[in-house]
Design a protein around this ligand. Sequence first.
Ligand code: ADP
Length: 244
Amino acid sequence: MSQKLEKLIDKKGLRLDGRKLDELRSIKIEVGALSNADGSAYIQQGKNKILAAVYGPKELHPKHLALPDRMVLRCRYHMAPFSVQERKSPAPSRREIELSKVIREALEPSIFIEYYPRTSIDLFIEVLQADGGTRCASITAASLALADAGIPMRDLVASCAAGKVDDTIVLDLMDTEDKVGTADVPVALMPNLNAITLLQMDGILTLEEFEKAVNLALEGCRKIYTMQKETLKAKYIGVKEVEE
Ligand code: ADP
């Protein structure tokens, strides 16, 4: 869909949902939402509703896939048939297979995979409702699910996109902005280590616009990181984060 419908940014500089250019959608995160998984998290980011569940580390089946010096992280990103307006086929699409890989690669650097040779971690992501930027929200939730499962990690991974709509760089695109806008730059960051684990670009940007979009997305990741830490601490320590 690429009709130029209406202006996506009004005269006051506000977006369709009333947000400022550098404002994230409202985010609600819950850790340990599922009792049967080893670790889990649920995120609502704007209209996105996503569950992440982790099993492991456990013995890997089939055994020939096991690696002698590290664990294998397996990831399945899946959108429920009712997650979008037109029923989506429940069978894995090319897009879901690609996103499963991208999400796995964004999370793997944060895990001490060498601690658990010959084992696997299975990560399941279910998008219950999609509204743009689901890969980023999935990474944010999945990283918390891994932490909730007690897996040793170097850092959390926080993720957020920036993009271009109406010739302006904005933070955290929702579905309409993603589709009608001209570029989308998803980024994932390990904020404490200042290491980027995902950087993609869909669309065309000048070098200056690209730098601006990456920096804006990184700022978004840092804000999300604060929320991730608060959520974990609220569950595991029972106190809110003290100002650093
Ligand atoms: P991301 O969700 O990470 O932004 P995409 O850019 O591929 O990934 O998708 C953008 C948005 O398009 C999704 O968040 C979702 O709202 C919508 N979308 C994706 N797949 C479908 C589909 N099969 N039917 C309708 N909408 C879809």
